[in-house]
Design a protein around this ligand. Structure first.
Ligand code: GLN
Length: 276
């Protein structure tokens, strides 16, 4: 019986009965008990006090109703960084680490320090901070249209001690005539009518979909990229599993070279990049 979750083992059993993923349940219970997840496994008979039981029941109910674990615990690990997240930002996804790895690879191949990088639509700051962490000598700018998202990114930058510049901007509108060696973005790319949006309603709509066919944000970024990239600079984009050809065509139309698409761990074409 849920209300009786008296021990760690009871609580995890409740979660299982209610259909929760095992890892999710462990993350939530570890959060409630302020213990590492590994502690739970060795302490199945440890008892929950009343406040802990109430907190657990509340989180369990919210998770069952579809709220992401990352929002419930206020944190998400991304590319080995512990990021704070809340409902103002998209929950960073593992597939986005592919974009970060590619960015690090590109930066490593660029001669000299002081390379300039921009992450358009940074949300929690995930991409910008992971790149700064891996390439401390790069000068990283992170933008977002939403001031609430920028506050989350700012908090993460401060907590992690990673100096990135933050600026409010709708894609290129706030960038003036600045140029970069590397432009990165995981923009909203889900089509307006996509049925998947229903399951994602806890996350900001602005971060998930530009409406229409899902390509408007990618179009805006690609269209403005040539005038904001140094010659030989790279544009790397995340996109939907069925958008690689469309993104390649956009890049081709803007005269980009070395167009390449990379596949994520799920086997989906997920990132496309090219050189100016
Ligand atoms: N850049 C952030 C991330 O990759 C946010 C992306 C978004 O909100 N579309 O997690």
């Amino acid at each position: 019986m849920s209300d009786a979750a008296a021990t760690v083992a009871d609580a995890l059993r409740d979660a299982k009965v209610r259909g929760l993923d095992r890892l999710d349940a462990q993350l939530l219970l570890a959060h409630v008990l302020a213990r590492p997840r590994s502690w739970l496994l060795a302490h199945g008979d440890a008892s929950l006090d009343d406040p802990q039981r109430r907190a657990w029941q509340a989180l369990l109910a919210r998770r069952v109703a579809g709220e992401p674990v990352a929002y419930l615990v206020g944190a998400k690990e991304f590319h080995r960084l512990a990021l704070q997240v809340d409902a103002n930002v998209l929950v960073p996804r593992p597939e986005t680490e592919l974009l970060v790895d590619w960015a690090i690879e590109r930066l490593a191949a660029m001669p000299g320090a002081d390379r300039r990088v921009v992450d358009l639509g940074t949300g929690s700051g995930a991409i910008a901070l992971a790149v700064k962490h891996a390439c401390p000598s790069a000068r990283v700018l992170a933008t977002d249209i939403d001031p609430a998202a920028l506050r989350v990114a700012q908090t993460n930058a401060q907590r992690l001690g990673l100096p990135v510049a933050l600026r409010q901007s709708a894609w290129w509108s706030g960038i003036g005539s600045e140029r970069f060696d590397l432009v990165l973005s995981n923009p909203p790319y889900i089509a307006g009518g996509d049925p998947h949006l229903v399951a994602l309603w806890h996350e900001p709509t602005l971060a998930l979909t530009p409406g229409g066919d899902g390509l408007d944000a990618l179009r805006a970024i690609v269209a403005g990229a040539p005038e904001h990239l140094e010659p030989g600079g790279w544009l790397l984009l995340e996109h939907g599993h069925d958008q690689a050809e469309a993104v390649q065509a956009l890049l081709q139309a803007q005269g980009f070279a070395a167009i390449e698409t990379r596949v994520d761990l799920g086997g989906h074409p997920r990132c496309t990049g090219a050189r100016r």
